[in-house]
Design a protein around this ligand. Sequence first.
Ligand code: RM4
Ligand code: NI
Length: 288
Amino acid sequence: MPQTLKTKDWFHADGFPIAVERRHPQEPFARHNHEFAEVVLVTEGRGLHVLGSESWPLTPGDAFVISGHRAHEYREMENLCLVNILFQPARIQLDTGDLTRLPGYHALFTLEPAWRRRHNFKSRLHLSPSEFAVVMSYVDHLDEELRARTPGFRVMATASFLQITAYLSRCYGRAKNPDSRALLRIGEAISHLESHYAEEIDVDRLATIAHMSKRSFIRAFQSAMGNSPIAYLIQTRLNRASEALRQSDQSITEIAFQVGFTDSNYFTRQFTKNFGVSPRLYRRQHQS
Ligand code: RM4
Ligand code: NI
């Protein structure tokens, strides 16, 4: 069994969900998984990245995301230097602004980690020197805020982290190789779903956007997202509804229709099942 790196050991005692760990160079470190996720940026040197039974060579400019539960390690290191940005995905609001509408975001943060093996790592992101310099400047800001921890650091560090995720997502969106393009097309289908969640969504249309048959699209979606497209759509609507309940005075029926439900009783049932409380009670608990 690989060792599991624990959140309590790697994050500040104040509970802030982002941390930066520079490895200059990376020392030998046993195979492990994490209770958190990490964005890894390779800054110098060479090495082999081993994930499960697969491995692939690393070079400066490589950027990838390790979702927590997958065990990994580095081998054959020759002055391999990297920056780890550790983060707790459930505690950072990533579905903010238009981040989740970038196809590259889904490709890089969800699809590529889930499918690295299937694509034989050809879908991984490699940054040009100028792109790399841009990301590193965001990382330096993030690092400074995390060190100083002066009032306001939470919002500043979160903003830098979002800049890193959005910038990397954009870079992924420019990738040319066919494997990345294939992931991006599925990413586009997910982005379509994220921006049109309130409308009637047709899985055939999503499959067309992904350039796949309906059957293989549903299978691919399920294996990467852990949920069927329809379940994901309902989840997205419920999340949006919960925001509106907290932040607006609209009636529950209005909110239900606004996020795409056509039946307010059905909405209430789904909401209660998902959040464990009725929309009415949820609002009372969360409104200031
Ligand atoms: C290690 C190595 C691991 C990372 C931890 C935080 O040196 O880079 O991959 O998870 O640091
Ligand atoms: Ni790690």
